[in-house]
Design a protein around this ligand. Structure first.
Ligand code: NAP
Length: 507
C-alpha cells in the first residue's frame, strides 16, 4: 500500500540514457504523463554522460545512432564524438518536455513487488514512491568493471576506469599503463599517446580492427538534410539496410566473414611492419566473435617510440611495478582500466525483488532470460530496455530500444484494455520457449563458434546478451504483446469498507 504522502505514478522509468529518455518520449506520445524518470546522477545521458575519456566516440554512424522520432540533420561527422551525442540527448530532453519528469540524484536502491497492492515499491536516494509499471533502462554499460588484480589497492599512483575519467589528472610526462584492448581502449590509446611520457598497453586478447570510414558531413549535405527530410531518411535507410544484410554472416555463415578478416589483417600490416609485432597483434579467433573495432589511428599509435605493447593481461601489482601474466614487469605512474562493464551481472538486478521474494539477480543466476528481451517471469509489470539477448554486434542499439518501446506502449495499452488493478506476469513456459529458440539459433553464430571469450558470454558460457537476428525481425517480434504469453494478475476487488478505509488513509 502506498504510504500517506508517498508519490504514486503509473510508470517509473529507471535511467535517463537513450533507453530512459526514449521511454519518456514514447510515454508522452501515448498520452501518458503520469510517469517519473529516476536518474542517479544530476544530468541525463547515461553512458554518453559518463564516458568522457579522450577520443570517446560512437562507431555507429550518427544518422542511424539516433532516435527515428528525433532526427538531426546537423550531425557534424559520420561518426559522432561523445560531446555531440550527449548534446543531442540534452536537446531531446528539452524538445520533448521530459525534464520536468526527471528526478535527478535519485539512485534506485530497491524495487519490491507488492503482491497485494499489485504495484512496485521503489526506494531511491531521494525518497520512496510506488509505481504500477517499472521500465528499467539502466543499460548494460553503466557499471564499470575492474579486474581483481592482487596488489592494486597498494598501487601508489593514479588509478581510474575509462568510464570515470579523471580530467584533473595531468597525463603529461607520466608513465601510463592502459589495461585492455576493447572499443574504449583503442580510442584512448591514440588520444593520449602524444601526451604521455610512456604508454604501456596490456593486451590480453588482440582485437580485430577495421578502418573507420569517418569524415566530416559537409555543409551542403546538412543543408540538404534539413531542407529535404527524405534525403535524411534515405541516408538512415541505407545505413540500416547495409547492416541488415551483414547479419546472416554473423548468425548463420561465419565463414563468410573470412574476407573481412583479411581486410582487417592488411589494415594492421599497413601500419605495423615488424613481423614480431604483427604476430602479437593478430587475433587467434574469427573476426566478429568479439565486437569488431573501427580505428584508423590505433595501429599507427602502437608503433610510436613511446609505446610498449605487452601481449599479456595484467596479473599483479607490486608497488609501482605492474606484472603481466607472462612475467613482463613495467613501472607506471598511472593505470587506466579499459576493462569494460558489468553486462551479464547488471547491478540493478540485485535491487529488484519480484513476486516470489527473490531478486532478479537470483532468478538470473543460471543466465539472464526474459520474454522478447523484456519481461522476466515473476516480475510483473517490469520491463527491461536492452534486456537479455537484445544486444547487436554490428548495428545501432537505438533500433532495438525503439522496438522495445513499441512493446512497452502496447503493454500499457493491454493493461488499459484489461482494466482495473491488473498486472501482467510473463509465463515461465513462454520465457523458456523464447529462450530455447534463441539459444538454438545461437549455436551457429560467430559469437559462439568463433573461438573467443567475450562479454557476450556469461559466467556459464551462455550467450545471454546478443540478439541472433536482424533488427527488422526484432521489430516484428516486439510489435505487440501476446497476452497468451502472460498470466493476468488481478487485485481482489475491494469491499466498500476497504475502499472507504483506503480513502480515509489517503485523505
Ligand atoms: P570491453 O569490450 O569489455 O573490453 C574490456 C577489455 O579489457 C578487453 O580487451 C579485456 O580483455 C580487457 N581486460 C580485462 N581484464 C584484463 C586484464 N587483467 N589485463 C588485461 N586486459 C584485461 O570494454 P570496453 O572497451 O569499455 O567496451 C565495452 C562496450 O562498450 C563495447 O563492446 C561497445 O559495445 C561499447 N563501446 C562502444 C564504443 C564505440 O562505439 N566506439 C566505444 C567504447 C565502448 P579480453 O578481451 O581478453 O577479455
Amino acid at each position: 500500500m502506498a504510504e500517506r504522502g508517498r508519490q504514486h505514478v503509473r510508470v517509473a522509468v529507471i535511467g535517463s540514457g537513450f533507453g530512459g529518455l526514449g521511454a519518456a518520449v514514447r510515454l508522452r506520445r501515448a498520452g501518458i504523463t503520469d510517469f517519473t524518470v529516476l536518474e542517479r546522477a544530476d544530468a541525463v545521458g547515461g553512458t554518453w554522460r559518463d564516458n568522457t575519456y579522450p577520443g570517446c566516440a560512437c562507431d555507429v554512424p550518427s544518422h542511424l545512432y539516433s532516435f527515428s522520432f528525433a532526427p538531426d540533420p546537423g550531425w557534424p561527422r559520420a561518426f559522432s564524438g561523445q560531446p555531440d551525442i550527449r548534446a543531442y540527448l540534452e536537446r531531446v530532453t528539452d524538445t520533448f518536455g521530459i525534464r520536468p519528469h526527471i528526478r535527478f540524484n535519485s539512485e534506485v536502491l530497491s524495487v519490491h513487488w507488492d503482491t497485494e497492492a499489485l504495484h512496485w515499491e521503489i526506494v531511491t536516494a531521494s525518497g520512496a514512491l510506488t509505481a504500477e509499471v517499472v521500465v528499467s533502462a539502466t543499460g548494460p554499460l553503466s557499471e564499470p568493471k575492474l579486474p581483481a588484480v592482487p596488489g592494486l589497492d597498494a598501487f601508489p599512483g593514479k588509478v581510474f576506469h575509462s568510464a570515470r575519467w579523471d580530467h584533473d589528472y595531468d597525463l603529461r610526462g607520466k608513465r601510463v599503463a592502459m589495461i585492455g584492448t576493447g572499443a574504449s581502449a583503442i580510442q584512448i590509446v591514440p588520444s593520449i599517446q602524444p601526451t604521455v611520457d610512456r604508454l604501456t598497453l596490456f593486451q590480453r586478447t588482440a582485437p580485430w580492427v577495421l578502418p573507420r570510414m569517418d569524415r566530416k558531413i559537409t555543409a551542403a549535405e546538412r543543408w540538404l538534410h534539413s531542407r529535404l527530410p527524405a534525403t535524411r531518411a534515405l541516408r538512415r535507410g541505407l545505413l540500416w539496410g547495409i547492416r541488415e544484410l551483414q547479419v546472416s554472416a554473423f548468425t548463420k555463415r561465419p565463414t563468410e566473414l573470412g574476407f573481412v578478416q583479411a581486410l582487417a589483417k592488411s589494415h594492421m600490416k599497413k601500419a605495423v611492419k615488424d613481423p614480431g609485432m604483427q604476430a602479437k597483434l593478430t587475433p587467434d579467433y574469427r573476426i566478429g566473435c568479439k565486437r569488431i573495432l573501427l580505428s584508423n589511428d590505433y595501429y599507427p599509435a602502437l608503433v610510436k617510440p613511446n609505446v610498449d605493447l605487452v601481449a599479456s593481461g595484467l596479473k599483479e601489482v607490486r608497488g609501482t611495478t605492474l606484472v603481466a601474466a607472462d612475467g613482463t614487469e613495467t613501472d607506471a605512474d598511472a593505470i587506466v582500466f579499459g576493462t569494460g562493464f558489468h553486462v551479464t551481472d547488471m547491478p540493478i538486478a540485485h535491487r529488484v525483488t519480484g513476486a516470489n521474494g527473490t531478486t532478479l539477480a537470483e532468478e538470473w543466476k543460471g543466465g539472464m532470460e526474459a520474454l522478447r528481451g523484456t519481461s522476466a517471469a515473476g516480475f510483473p509489470n517490469f520491463l527491461t530496455i536492452i534486456g537479455p539477448n537484445t544486444g547487436l554486434g554490428n548495428s545501432s542499439m537505438i533500433l532495438i530500444i525503439e522496438s522495445q518501446l513499441n512493446y512497452m506502449v502496447d503493454f500499457l495499452r493491454q493493461l488499459d484494455v484489461l482494466g482495473g488493478r491488473v498486472a501482467l506476469d510473463a509465463r515461465p513456459s513462454a520465457v523458456a520457449a523464447w529462450n530455447r529458440k534463441i539459444q538454438e539459433r545461437m549455436e551457429r553464430t560467430v559469437w559462439n563458434t568463433g573461438g573467443c571469450d567475450s562479454w557476450y558470454l556469461d559466467a556459464n558460457g551462455r550467450n545471454t546478451t546478443v540478439w541472433p537476428g536482424t533488427t527488422g525481425e526484432f521489430r516484428r517480434v516486439t510489435r505487440r504483446v501476446d497476452l497468451a504469453e502472460y498470466a493476468v494478475l488481478r487485485a481482489p476487488a475491494r469491499s466498500a469498507v476497504d475502499a472507504a478505509a483506503a480513502q480515509e488513509r489517503v485523505a
